[in-house]
Write a protein that binds this ligand. Sequence first.
Ligand code: SF4
Length: 196
Amino acid sequence: MVSMNRRQFLKVSGTSLAGSSLALLGASPAPAMAEVRQFKLARMTETRNTCPYCSVACGLLMYGLGDGAKNAASSIVHIEGDPDHPVNRGTLCPKGAGLVDFIHSPNRLKQPEYRAPGSDTWEPISWDDALERIARLMKDDRDANFVSQTPEGRTVNRWLTTGMLAASATSNETAYITHKVARALGLLAFDNQARV
Ligand code: SF4
């Protein structure tokens, strides 16, 4: 015969009673536990994206709170691998699996910054101002330094005084077009973040 004290008796009988009552009501543990998983992503907006970290470019599913209504503040609360993506088929490495912390990091850079010559301070600027400035500086430098022919008369059409470092987490199509733009300008110094 099993002996138990009063506290153990109350614990066992209470658990048994609760379990049998729930089973009678149709709430057995297995469906109840499965229900937790569904509830986690209920009423969320699902968005597809690409992991920004490395050249593998794994596909992501990002889940955001909020349904897009004007008074609903959206916030990404869960990220997992996209099972339909041909690169990673639902998997993520530890860096990709921690992306939700990267998104909410207070140190995350969300807009371009500019540091004037001689200054020790980075100033936030708009995307329009940043792109305008990049285009202006590239044009001026290319006009001044583009080499169409060598002194021996060989056609080279090259621009050696500016380089470009492109992002790696792109589709093949985006990478192809980026490459075309760089080479069409005559840039030879062209590399990719995948190698950084
Ligand atoms: S999840 Fe990992 S392997 Fe995949 S792109 Fe991100 S960093 Fe690279």
